[in-house]
Design a protein. Structure first.
Length: 250
């Protein structure tokens, strides 16, 4: 758990605590509440957890809600068993609905983070776009973007390779994810992967090269927002090369 950001650790703790707490609070009313209404109340608790945490926390809360619904609110009470067929169906629906809604809530929070771009990020994008429009040298744009990426991502170094795709280093994708091999790397939890990370520069559908990012040892992982801005800057460099054309590099 120490590798998780504080917010995600709090959300995981809430996923373990909130559903049983809500289930216990409903115990005095379980003879008056229908199982469907009790399940809906637990879904609200799951959504609340997912809204502050990750998809993992949301899934854990959904599973916890289904388990404690069985324990507290179905006959026989205080046992992990269900006698009524209707309650079994409700428990299954509670799990499925909670999983779906929690993932949507977590995704909505992720999109909200992406949408809130600070003034510094906007300035970096604006300045790069302005340079790309005014210069006749794509190299100037590439050098500018290298500097912006170093600052934005807290790198110890950043270089650009023209037109090469050697090896299979970790890759920063356009959606902000980092891919190692064929799997998505959890940057927030695990930090940057070891070695250089490639960020490709494309323009008009053509590949022109890649920025090779070298994270500083022990550096805090860049936020999703920062990684999305980095991908946008690389696209601007690619667009500049597509518009002006690349010079020969030996």
């Amino acid at each position: 758990m120490s590798g998780f950001p504080l917010r995600d650790r709090v959300a995981v703790a809430a996923a373990l605590v909130c559903p049983p707490a809500v289930g216990a609070l409903l115990v005095p009313f379980r003879t008056d509440l229908t199982s469907t209404n009790a399940a809906l109340i637990l879904v609200v608790a799951v959504v609340a957890v997912a809204a502050i945490g990750s998809r993992v926390a949301g899934a854990l809360a959904a599973l916890s809600a289904a388990v404690w619904f069985d324990f507290f609110l179905t006959v026989p009470y205080q046992r992990f068993a269900i006698d009524k067929r209707e309650d079994i169906q409700t428990a299954v629906l509670l799990l499925v609905v909670s999983l779906v809604v929690s993932q949507l809530a977590a995704r909505a929070r992720r999109l909200q983070v992406v949408a809130i771009t600070d003034a510094g990020h906007l300035a970096a994008i604006h300045d790069t776009a302005q340079l790309a429009r005014s210069t006749t040298s794509p190299d100037a744009v590439v050098d500018h973007v290298r500097g912006e990426l170093t600052r934005l991502l807290g790198l110890k170094g950043c270089r650009f390779e023209y037109g090469t795709l050697l090896g299979h280093p970790p890759r920063l994708e356009q959606d902000g994810d980092v891919v190692v091999g064929r799997r998505t790397w959890d940057v927030e939890r695990r930090g940057w992967p070891q070695g250089e990370i490639e960020l490709r520069a494309t323009g008009n559908g053509h590949y022109y090269g890649r920025f090779m990012l070298a994270p500083a040892p022990g550096a805090e992982p860049a936020s999703l927002q920062a990684r999305l801005v980095a991908a946008t800057l690389a696209d601007q460099a690619g667009a500049a090369m597509a518009t002006v054309g690349t010079r020969e590099h030996g």
